[in-house]
Design a protein around this ligand. Structure first.
Ligand SMILES: Nc1ncnc2c1ncn2[C@@H]1O[C@H](COP(=O)(O)OP(=O)(O)OP(=O)(O)O)[C@@H](O)[C@H]1O
Ligand SMILES: [Mg+2]
Length: 272
């Protein structure tokens, strides 16, 4: 697509993430949910990250953002705009150049009205006006701005989360399941907004279970399984019976969709 620049914005190589845990009181063990992940995103490109629940998609997002829990042991390399993305840089860029749409609405502050939360990071003299414009764009009412998170439905909270990510100067957007529980109009608005980010030169990591929606806007799709990258293919390879896909795993994932063959056997196995 024309707005994709050849410049690599984000490059994740050989990422591994483990957690040390105590069990039976005093014994320590390590679990290793991310084994060997790699993914790269160019400026202006939308890369969808798909994979079964528990495959490590959110951990990947959190590693790039620098918000893994304290007991996580992380190795590998994350290069952002040509330089190592150190924890210090992650902290500087998070919420500014690198914006995050989290998977859980629990990331919202329970004690702050949602309108105020959308205003964080906006220029002071325009904050209210811009927040109202964002509310309108995502189907939220003016009266909702004074409400606290517990007073809003799940779908409304998802739209508030999305509104918090729309900021000037964003170069990388990490959206972790931005669309579940959202009605079709808001869904298409969100996909359109992600595409607009990319058209303005930002890279977008779109983590999702909804491959069909992702394919409407994604340039490439990375498939993750058990903490490993299985395949990264152009979105255009996801068609027909998946003949152009590289791996049998992705082909079966593709065919398991209700729109395709609806391969139930595969769905059961992955759901175990
Ligand atoms: N803080 C943690 N301590 C121990 N294990 C964890 C922790 N966070 C995640 N995991 C494990 O890492 C694996 C990957 O988790 P992750 O949240 O990245 O999955 P996911 O692909 O985002 O799944 P979903 O699609 O359900 O959101 C899971 O098996 C999970 O149990
Ligand atoms: Mg997740």
């Amino acid at each position: 697509m024309s707005h994709i620049n050849k410049t690599t914005l984000l490059q994740v190589e050989k990422l591994s993430i483990g957690f040390s845990q105590y069990f039976k009181g005093t014994q320590k063990r390590t679990i290793q949910p991310i084994v060997d992940l790699h993914v790269d995103i160019h400026e202006g490109e939308i890369v969808a990250i798909v994979g079964a629940s528990g495959s490590g998609k959110s951990l990947l997002a959190h590693a790039v953002l620098g918000i893994l829990p304290g007991n996580a042991i992380c190795s590998g390399s994350i290069i952002y705009r040509g330089e190592e993305l150190t924890e210090e840089r992650k902290c500087q860029l998070r919420g500014k150049e690198i914006s995050f749409i989290p998977q859980s609405v629990n990331y919202l502050d329970p004690l702050m009205a949602v309108g105020k939360q959308v205003q964080i990071g906006l220029e002071k003299n325009q904050a209210l006006q811009r927040q109202r414009a964002l509310f309108q764009r995502y189907g939220l009412q003016k009266r909702d701005e004074k409400l606290f998170p517990y007073e809003l439905s799940g779908g409304m909270l998802r739209r508030v989360l999305f509104a918090t990510s729309v900021r000037d100067g964003v170069r990388l957007v990490i959206a972790d399941e931005p669309t579940p529980g959202i009605h079709p109009k808001a869904l298409s608005e969100i996909l359109k907004q992600l595409k607009t980010f990319a058209e303005h030169g930002a890279g977008v990591m779109l983590i999702t279970h909804d491959i069909m929606s992702a394919l409407q806007i994604a340039d490439r799709v990375a498939v993750i399984r058990d903490g490993q990258t299985v395949e990264i293919s152009d979105a255009s390879a996801f068609k027909g019976r998946g003949e152009q896909l590289q791996t049998d795993y992705t082909r079966r994932l593709w065919r398991a969709l209700p729109q395709n063959d609806f391969d139930l056997e595969f769905q059961m196995k992955e759901g175990e």
